[in-house]
Design a protein around this ligand. Sequence first.
Ligand code: HEM
Length: 428
Amino acid sequence: MNGIAQLDLVDRDYFTDHSILLDPYEYFEALREKGPVYRLPGRDIFMVTGFAESLEVLANTVDFSSVICVGGPAQQMPFTPEGDNLTPQIEAHRDSFAGGQSLVARDDKAHLNSRALLSRLFVPSRMKANEAYMTGLADRLVKGVLDRGSCELITDIAVPFATLVIADLLGVPADDRDHFMAVIAAGAPPGALDGDDSEESMHPLVVMAGYFVNYIIDRKQNPRADVLTELATASYPDGTLPDVAELVRLSTFVFGAGQDTTAKLLGNAMRFLIEVPGMQAQLRADPKQLPAFLEEVLRLEGSTKMTSRLARKTTTVGGVEIPIGTKVMVALAAANRDPRRWEDPKAFMLNRPRIKENLAFGRGAHVCIGNPLARVETRIVFEKLFEHTSHIGYDETAHGKPGSLKLDYEPSFIIRGLEKMQLALTPR
Ligand code: HEM
């Protein structure tokens, strides 16, 4: 327990306390011991750390709204709840919630309609073309660091890879991609503990929105055979057309959603590759096991720790009453280690039964639309690293010796991932 008393731990503020970042799991465990659905003392927030209870929340789109998803449960409510259904108030104040108009924060029909617009991006033919691009890109990025015999995984490979893959998926013209990368690299992750989330981490998205406005207007006027034209001419399921602002919001949101999440998952996975005894040799001998490996990484150390919902009606979760107007934090990272669902939950186990049921990508109406892409992306980077190196280890001058490793995690209440990871690479 790190010498921290149990009481002390649950009393810490998850949303601001840097000491929880290094190991949020013991904090979540302490919460779960209080109950899988636990109301933070003196606050209007319930923490859900149980697997079954998390599923219950994610499946219940009738009683819960996603409107607080981007800003998180600690944000101020822009209205005083009235009556027995907050839906009208939420819709009237949606613009006052951080990111309230983004896909992930929308509810009901508005959510279904927006999500349907993205379906064209994730059709098998598009994914196949994107996979070919990923393979070439990963090859270039890995070869680019081989001569040095070392790299900083996050900056040298993971971030440019994640950025360029989404740029390709969305059909961003090649000439603009470098600029997108620079803008993203300068931004803070979602849910940053320091500074206000809205300004710093939204900034790259604001810059990108400027580009997407131009792309979409251009493709509406001059349609051609490209992905941006597909997006610009996409219609809602009832045949009506979205306005330009909606299309811009959607494309910039997709850009943001698949950035830090994917980049950080690569770092998290690398930790297990290096630290689980025998894992690197096993996967190098049989790379077909990579998807199984990555699935267990997603369970143990997915890059999204939590999501949140607002109770728009009084309801129950795991038999606990959730009063109207209270917020629920679904600790996905905790659900994925709930001992009532996972045998020996802290152990890394390749090919765990029903491992794909992990909640790293959420579940239900808002389940991550990019999850097949993220899975392929990480697999391809590891395949290329295996192809061009015979061994990967920590650069001990940066991180110290095994047993006393120094690794810094991103200060974000949403994202779980390393800030930097210096690797020593042995080229083939
Ligand atoms: C390891 C990588 C990733 C992780 C861990 C992750 C995680 C998540 C989670 C947990 C949600 C659900 C949030 C909720 O229910 O409130 C989500 C939603 C979403 N993700 Fe991902 N994601 C990843 C990669 C991506 C990628 C690569 C893309 C796009 C190319 C993407 C696009 C989206 C979108 C658009 C949504 C909103 C879906 C909706 O609300 O209908 N994600 N993601």
